[in-house]
Design a protein around this ligand. Structure first.
Ligand SMILES: Cc1cc2nc3c(=O)[nH]c(=O)nc-3n(C[C@H](O)[C@H](O)[C@H](O)COP(=O)(O)OP(=O)(O)OC[C@H]3O[C@@H](n4cnc5c(N)ncnc54)[C@H](O)[C@@H]3O)c2cc1C
Length: 385
């Protein structure tokens, strides 16, 4: 089966929904850095953001391959799933490591969309990619923990009710391993703002609702700790494979958007009395972008299959995210070049998608860190850090 053919009914339904949110909708939001509330609401009501939540908690209980199809089709249609993709997978930490009480309390409302869990707080200004050096600290005080510290680039906090937050509960120096001593909390943002949590928006080159967070003696009930104290890093890592596979499928969707737009434009734009796509100098880069996209799609397909079979897939998830984000970027560059000057105008949506797709070589993990993982864990070379 081609990588474009699985879950045809989901593909068709997502494409139909997205057709109600054309380029002009996104351009207006982009101009004013406004969150796509109506789009996210429509996806929520249609049940597309709860496909991975088990049926017993009110979701559709579908495999990750189905989630991939949803996000791929969103991107392929020119929309931006970055506004809400985390609602699909952030709940995985709660699902895998939360206790029954927490799952029964939160998952049904996350599934029906009345509770938004789409903020995920890991990155800090001083630690960067070196997560074990995070400094945000939670200290036990009776039935609560008191949190102090700072996070940066935490997306969608202004459009989320809950946040999965990684903090240190034991200083790094006192731990056997640097990755010990971190814990995960489910923070209720609605209670926290004004009571120890301050959220400041960060303006970036895309409309991504990302923010900086300051924690000043924020009290969080111990009942909101997910899993055991000190094991948080492992819980976060467990969720990363799903995140990478899903984001890789968004990149495949972006790449398909660019390849389809570029080939259509190359057929219709006439210069020197013939379509520009008749020149091999124009058609070969588009054909190459298509080949790279299909290779990436196969890698995403394979990683999703391993994930759904419950097999180890850390390297496959990382590798497919790297190849997919690069194929999307090459397709974006090729599409911009194919459109000539018109690619730079806002009305064709190429420049917007070009900016948006660049993110995935940096977040949620940058390409160098993936190469380092592959070098060490697949090829047995010494770790550099
Ligand atoms: C728009 C946006 C949204 C984001 N949303 C979230 C979010 O919701 N939640 C969240 O927790 N984070 C979020 N992030 C943060 C994102 O995950 C990080 O930016 C990313 O992981 C890279 O970390 P850094 O920016 O600290 O880069 P740094 O760690 O400072 O690295 C800078 C560069 O140096 C390279 N580098 C660093 N160390 C090495 C090494 N040892 N070897 C080779 N190269 C190295 C990196 O690959 C990178 O290219 C977001 C970021 C952006 C831009």
């Amino acid at each position: 089966m081609s990588t474009r053919e699985n879950y045809p009914e989901i593909r068709e339904a997502v494409a139909k929904l997205c057709s109600q949110f054309p380029g002009e909708y996104w351009r207006k939001l982009d101009d004013t850095d406004t969150y796509p509330t109506e789009f996210v609401q429509a996806l929520t009501e249609a049940g597309f953001l709860s496909v991975l939540i088990p049926e017993q908690y009110g979701g559709s209980g579908l495999p990750i391959a189905a989630g991939c199809v949803v996000l791929e089709e969103i991107q392929r249609s020119g929309c931006n799933g970055g506004a809400c993709h985390a609602q699909m997978y952030t709940m995985g930490t709660l699902l895998r490591h939360g206790n029954e009480e927490q799952k029964n309390k939160y998952l049904p409302s996350i599934a029906d969309g009345s509770l938004r869990l789409q903020a995920f707080g890991v990155t800090e200004p001083t630690s960067g990619t070196d997560t074990t050096r995070i400094r945000t600290r939670a200290e036990r005080d009776g039935d609560d923990y008191i949190i102090n510290g700072q996070k940066v680039f935490i997306s969608r906090t202004e459009h989320s009710d809950l946040m999965v937050l990684l903090v240190r509960t034991t200083p790094r120096e006192e731990c056997k391993k640097p990755s010990d001593g971190m814990s995960v909390f489910l923070v209720d943002i609605r209670d926290a703002v004004g009571n120890g949590l301050t959220i400041n928006p960060i303006k970036v080159m895309i409309n991504h609702s990302t923010t900086e967070l300051f924690f000043d003696n924020l009290r969080v009930p111990a009942a909101n700790r997910i899993g055991e104290e000190g094991k948080g890093f492992k819980y976060i890592l467990d969720g990363m494979n799903a995140e990478r596979i899903l984001i890789a499928s968004e990149c495949v969707g972006d790449a398909r958007f660019f390849v389809e737009r570029a080939s259509a434009y190359a057929c219709e734009r006439e210069v020197f009395g013939r379509p520009i796509g008749q020149n091999q100098g124009v058609q070969f880069p588009i054909a190459r972008a298509h080949v790279e996209t299909e290779a990436a799609a196969l890698m995403v397909h394979n990683a999703a299959r391993l994930f759904d079979e419950g097999k180890p897939c850390g390297s496959e998830a990382n590798m497919c995210k790297m190849v997919a984000s690069e194929s999307a970027w090459h397709a974006a560059d090729t599409c911009l070049q194919t459109y000539g000057g018109f690619g730079y105008t806002q009305e064709y949506d190429i420049e917007r998608k070009f900016r948006e797709t660049r993110l995935y070589q940096t977040a949620p993990i940058s390409t160098n860190l993936i190469l380092s993982h592959v070098a060490v864990h697949e090829l047995g070379m010494p770790k550099s850090f």
